[in-house]
Design a protein around this ligand. Sequence first.
Ligand code: GP9
Ligand code: MN
Length: 650
Amino acid sequence: MGRTMPSFLRTSVRIPGLELIVFVLLMLLKLYLFDASINVRNMRMGLDDVIVATGTIGLIVFWTLWLSRRVRLIVLAVLHLVLTVILYADLLYFRYFQDLISIPVLLQAGQVGALGDSIGSLLEPRDLLLFADWPLSIALALRVLLRRQPAVRSATGVSRWRTAALRVVLSLVVCAISLALVFVPIQIAKRTWAQGLFVGIWWNVSLYNVTGLFGFHGYDAYVYAKKAIGQQQLPEPELLETAKWLEEHRSRTTPPQDDALFGAYRGANVVMVQAEAFQSFLIGRSYMDQVITPNLNALIEESAYFPDFYHQTAQGRTSDADFAAQCSLQPLPTGSVFIRYAQHAYSCLPGVLKDNGYDTAVFHAYDGGFWNRNVMYNTMGYANYYNRSDYIIDEPLGWTVGDRSFFRQSTEKMAQMSSPFYSFLITLTSHHPYPMPKSHHTLALGELEGTMFGDYLQSVHYVDQALGSFVEDLKQRGLWERSIFVFYGDHDNSIRDWQPFETFLGEELSELRREQLQRQVPLIVHTPDSGLAGEYPGGGQLDIAPTLLHLLGIDTGEPFMLGAPLLTAQPPQERMVVFRNGAYATDSHYYTPAADGIPEHGVCYDLATGEPAGTDACVDQAAEARAQLLHSDRIINYNLLPRLRELRER
Ligand code: GP9
Ligand code: MN
């Protein structure tokens, strides 16, 4: 057998440590392919990243030097397969979520499973390169495993001891060198261009930029374990700092109570719809002479409409949109609040309305436990949660019953609620990758036919029709004129190919336009008297709950909502919509941070020209955006609400 084996394989078996070098080189190559594949702006793998990556791989394998060469080869082959799988899982996850897999995300494994169809569409032929060395690795492991063991020559006690000591010393040397390769560059980065990076993680990709992929996973595991071992309390001085920041933030963003719109719709019902992957660029558009959203367009004519409104979601996608809109806090940098901190205390719209005499219910025709909704909706203060088991699947479409039937069945339940009521409905038909049966294809799409983007248009067109019927139904039941109706999109459609966007819109999209387009979702607020019809600037999902409370005349007296009312009689001060990665948007500027987090390295766009201006115009607000993220994270991670309330009562 040995004679038929390629000569380099034979050598790797003979020269001590050579297999380790081959292992490190192969993994470095894969990390490079990964980095090239995710291709984040300003973040390509450089020499310092190669050094850190070499160190992390060294730390993963140094201990294999304790083992006999035979066992070591098998262990290395297994590690090689495992690390490739981790790396590829990260790559697929990144293509969908623009982020890396962290332990909290793994705890949401249900979501990953349910995304089966989407995952299929994320695979690319060039990914095969990552697995090109598997046959070799498997062949080597099998060969070593199946080879007959040579008769063991009984070594003397002294020589056995010497071999063992040699292995330990060698492995310690590799370990020490690896540690130095990892920690020296990271320490330098921490003191220079990556200051504060480990203090408040606002974006995993920034961390990856310093630690590399395996370093990121190591750090993530360390942080998770530390938290699991003992949740520390936020020290008093930091608690006071957060309390002070919240008060100041509130005084800056909350309009006075004598604002004419405060309480203008006191006692009205609220019907709110969060629409799956529904983006603003669809509104008011036609393609090949077909109007994509005719019903929403008609509704907008008599509603307050926010064409520049932004979603503020991160890894938690639908659940982040829900949390931002209902609880007016930022989502987490990793994982979803719904999963990680569903037991903590929040001040959310359903709870506040319930305390003010409202009947409250949330409707979503999918598995009750998805996104941990069973637990979280209780925490948020809903009296009732209607999930898949409460619906008859009489129109199977996509993940569950189609939105048309979902709306119809939800309205029947809503009609049984006592007044005033708050009902929150989450649609699902227009979910990535947007397959619709041919019978539901109602648009002729020309060159977009058969593309994912084309399927997206078919599905949002269906959702628009379903919405039209829903509004009619509410009118017929006499609920429309007694309710504030709110519609907003949860997040973007995860389609990263810009070609069909440009075909559809008939224009080339600059980098800024792409960023905005990806983040803009519609917000429509219809009041019973259609009194606020018109277009309004700005706004983000965190502003939804404060907007409703303002119109209903409910002042919580607490500064725990970070958003601000968007519909006020008095002109608001310039408002800022903060995104999870530290980017922000105002009426005049749009700021995107650099990977290193240094405000001056970001890009500060002047929205009047669409061109980058000097960062001077943005650095102060960039710091304010970071502060908002930091304090929001503290409230969530440390369950600060009870302590902050106690502090206010003192
Ligand atoms: C499923 C739905 C989808 O219940 O909320 O979630 P998403 O994949 O968009 O986060
Ligand atoms: Mn969603």
